[in-house]
Write a protein that binds this ligand. Sequence first.
Ligand SMILES: Nc1ncnc2c1ncn2[C@@H]1O[C@H](COP(=O)(O)OP(=O)(O)OP(=O)(O)O)[C@@H](O)[C@H]1O
Ligand SMILES: [Mg+2]
Length: 204
Amino acid sequence: MDITNEIHRDYLNKADTAAQMGARLTRRLLGFARQRQLKPTVLNANKHVLAAIELLRSTIGQHITLSSDLADDLWSILSDSSEIENTVVNLVINARDAMPRGGTVTIETRNVSFTGLEAENSFGILPGNYIRLSVSDTGIGMNEVVKAHVFEPFFTTKKANSGLGLASIHGFARQSGGDVHIHSDTDHGAVISVFLPSDCETVA
Ligand SMILES: Nc1ncnc2c1ncn2[C@@H]1O[C@H](COP(=O)(O)OP(=O)(O)OP(=O)(O)O)[C@@H](O)[C@H]1O
Ligand SMILES: [Mg+2]
């Protein structure tokens, strides 16, 4: 092959990769900026968790086992369905990235009620009824430094990512009157739990 052609092809490949990264970053930034315009309806989060799982099944890769454990009496919430789906997709993709050699991702939903004391001591949220949406994995886990920064926009330990996934989820949860909790240790996987208020205590 002509050496000049090869150099040109190399430049074009690099330009193409840079353009794709730019497009991805723009999409993530738009999503991040959009978070102030939620469109809440009364919904059952399980339905949207299942929709996200359906989407992920074909794309996540065979080395990852996706399992779910959804509460069949889950309380309804007033929330934005696309934010629930984005949350699941982002958390499962993070879990996949944390398990390069494969593993299991478990998505769980539960009803939880916090008394005043519990809410004040362990959670930055008001006492009351919430649903908890957790995504756990068996991956590399997070050290203390990573845990201290994960909710900051643009914080990433990955080469080609924007570091907006957890910042967006955190923004969405806080804006909804909930919160996000992380339980993780290096080499011991991670559990990311998103708490969203359920004001109705009914099953949608
Ligand atoms: N399940 C996980 N296990 C281990 N580390 C994680 C996990 N989820 C997130 N992290 C760490 O937190 C960082 C921030 O995550 P976040 O989703 O905000 O950004 P990202 O995945 O790096 O980029 P983006 O989501 O924009 O593609 C990650 O780079 C990674 O270091
Ligand atoms: Mg991410």
